[in-house]
Design a binder for this molecule. Structure first.
Ligand SMILES: [Zn+2]
Length: 356
């Protein structure tokens, strides 16, 4: 299914309205659902409400919201992971299911020199089996009522975690051609994971990128040479195969001073920090810049973590008045794991109430 053709025009600057009959609200490999009686979507049909954001022929009537946390080691695989994600989704009232990727990538300390990257092993389906099992379980449990999206770290992020941050940067700057051979292999491994998730019915991915931050590389051009091409291979594939993808420009490690390279990245929704260089932009400005709905607005370490309910509601209100009509309330990155879920629920409810 090439839903790009029906949900958006090419070029990133405009979202094409579909004059009639959005062809499918289902994910990549879903069969038609059981009959629902043909009634108009109920207010709680979160799949439809989120997808409506991408369709300019539909007037915005709802502000979705979602926040993410890691659940701790005991909830990373198997039934405990599925149960915890489900509990969190229900408790917070968020509008789509976002699955944390906890499978990591094997460590390869034997990669000591740039030329060693050519020997990066290719990891197959078996490496991803447990993580795909969590995706499959959550698709079965929750896809009928909400989009199910899985976190995807970029080839650069996985390679860096596998080989070591300092060493990876050093090798890229010394001999980019040699490192690219390894990044090719990491990308192939990652695409195996992507295809397995698509096979079990995921709706899309929350695709994180790092490497384009200010000061990440000292040699100009390293990001465009050794990070971006691999990002784009993955992002173009998910864009072709899935219904709903979020591009996350992650500032967890470092801030950005230029977001323009990411205009070339696909992704139905973009999420990033509001801070770019010396400036703090509004969500509306970022949505206009990217030509797509923006997700975010709240500081992951701010009011949502330590504010009162009233302060949280006020903060959400202040964010949403500066947002475009097609906005998803969220934070700039993952929230602290020990945050009170009640705070998250308060923020999400405030977003839902914003349009009355
Ligand atoms: Zn992030």
């Amino acid at each position: 299914m090439r839903r790009r053709d029906v949900l958006r025009t090419a070029g990133g600057a405009a979202m094409a309205g579909v004059a009639s009959g959005v062809p499918s609200l289902l994910g990549c490999s879903e069969r038609p659902p059981a009959a629902t009686g043909g009634a108009a979507p109920a207010a709680k049909d979160k799949r439809q409400l989120v997808l409506d954001l991408l369709d300019e022929s539909k007037p915005p009537r709802y502000t979705p919201a979602a926040f993410f946390i890691h659940f701790g080691e005991e909830y990373q695989v198997g039934p405990p992971a599925i149960a915890k994600h489900t509990e969190y989704f229900r408790s917070t009232g968020m509008d789509f299911v976002k699955i944390q990727y906890e499978a990591g990538f094997p460590l390869h300390p034997e990669i000591e020199k740039p030329e060693d990257w050519a020997r990066m092993p290719l990891h197959g389906k078996e490496h991803y089996e447990a993580q795909v099992g969590v995706v499959e379980g959550l698709v079965k449990a929750l896809k009928k009522e909400a989009l199910v999206v899985c976190t995807l770290y970029s080839p650069f992020m996985l390679a860096r975690d596998s080989v070591g941050a300092e060493r990876t940067i050093k090798h890229i700057e010394e001999d980019p051609e040699a490192v690219k051979k390894g990044l090719e292999i990491v990308t192939e491994s990652l695409l195996t994971f992507v295809r397995e998730c698509v096979r079990v019915g995921v709706d899309g991915f929350y695709a994180s990128t790092q490497g384009g931050e200010a000061g990440r590389f000292s040699r100009p051009g390293s990001f465009r040479e050794c990070v971006m091409p691999f990002d784009l291979r993955v992002q173009r594939e998910i864009n072709e195969s899935c219904l709903f993808n979020i591009l996350h420009i992650c500032d967890y490690d470092l801030p950005y001073d230029d977001l323009s390279p990411f205009l070339e990245y696909p992704g139905d929704v973009v999420t990033s920090s509001l801070h770019v260089g010396e400036e703090t932009l509004t969500p509306k400005e970022l949505s206009e810049f990217f030509g797509r709905p923006f997700m975010g607005g709240l500081d992951r370490k701010g009011i949502i973590v330590n504010g009162t309910a009233e302060q949280i509601r006020q903060e959400v209100h202040d964010v949403l008045v500066d947002s475009s009509d097609r906005h998803i309330l969220g934070a700039d990155c993952t929230l602290p794991g020990d945050i009170a879920w009640e705070n998250i629920r308060t923020a999400i409810t405030a977003a839902h109430d914003f349009r009355g």
